[in-house]
Write a protein that binds this ligand. Structure first.
Ligand SMILES: C[S@@+](CC[C@H](N)C(=O)[O-])C[C@H]1O[C@@H](n2cnc3c(N)ncnc32)[C@H](O)[C@@H]1O
Length: 264
């Protein structure tokens, strides 16, 4: 049995699908830019950790072509399964607990995964271990503590409510062991894990239609738990979703920090 209960944004919920689509819309351009920069191309062997949906895996499959390999792992593979055709293999795997699912990878990538994994240190070492010498690691993680507001311009009641609900989401994440300041640590952690040529940057939209879609998908997915924990009322969640749908709010995400380096 894989443990999925500790993970707040559980893939078994129907709302996970729209949320993966929204994550792709917000973050794929940044992820693909970094992957291009690392040189991913024909014949590469890649491990996509905590794959979630299909967008990154499908993009990697096109890049590596029929001579390459893309191994997509997750504790719950239901949303990535549709991408499982040559050169993509999908496997259930807990990156915090299980041995690496192979070695000699040219690229290992995880986006928005390690901050949720209680054994994130072990997971990172497992990912480094799976690389060939010279192989590239790209780890991308949010740092909600660096920029905690969904509405940095908190100028009215709708924005105040949005920020209160975002605070509730952070409380739920922290209760489940998520590290809400993990992203900023990545360059140091990659260096300490023995990688060289380590660099990092950050990306987050301050206002975008994709950001609004992501906010709505996330709040729909956690609404019952926000209400059960008395972090928001049903009426407040409904009002917030109506405010988001109006298109009149500028909605930011937490910064996503991308850090990359090479194994010696
Ligand atoms: C926020 S989603 C991100 C999905 C995808 N990487 C993306 O950026 O769109 C986190 C994903 O990590 C997976 N996950 C959580 N804990 C995990 C673990 N211990 N091992 C492997 N995957 C895990 C979840 O099931 C989920 O699919």
């Amino acid at each position: 049995m894989m443990r999925t209960d500790g993970y707040l944004l559980d893939n078994r919920q129907a709302e996970a699908g729209p949320r993966f689509d929204a994550l792709a819309a917000v973050f794929d351009p940044t992820t693909f830019r970094h992957l291009e920069g690392l040189g991913v191309g024909p014949g590469w062997r890649c491990w996509e950790v905590g794959a979630g949906g299909t967008s990154v895996v499908t993009w990697l499959a096109k890049k590596v072509g029929p001579t390459g390999r893309v191994l997509a792992t997750d504790i719950d593979t239901s949303w990535v399964e549709p991408a499982a055709r040559q050169p993509v293999e999908v496997r259930r795997h807990d990156v915090g607990v299980d041995q690496p699912p192979g070695e000699g990878f040219d690229l290992v990538h995880a986006r928005l995964v390690l901050l949720h994994v209680p054994e994130r240190e072990r997971a990172l070492h497992s990912m480094v271990k799976a690389l060939r010498p010279g192989g590239r690691l790209l780890v991308e993680d949010a740092d909600p503590a660096l920029q905690p507001l969904v509405c940095p311009d908190e100028h009215g009641p709708a924005e105040q409510l949005a920020n209160r609900i975002r605070q509730g989401l952070r409380t739920l994440l922290a209760e489940r062991g998520a590290n809400l300041s993990y992203g900023r640590r990545l360059p140091r952690l990659l260096r300490e894990a023995g990688l060289h040529r380590v660099e990092a940057d950050a990306h987050f939209p301050i206002a975008s239609p994709a950001g609004a879609t992501l906010e709505a998908a996330t709040v729909r997915q956690v609404r019952d738990r926000l209400i059960a924990a008395r972090l928001a009322t049903q009426e407040e969640v409904d009002r917030h979703l109506t405010n988001v749908a109006s298109g009149a709010m500028d909605l930011a995400t937490a910064p996503m920090i991308s850090a990359w380096g090479r194994k010696r």
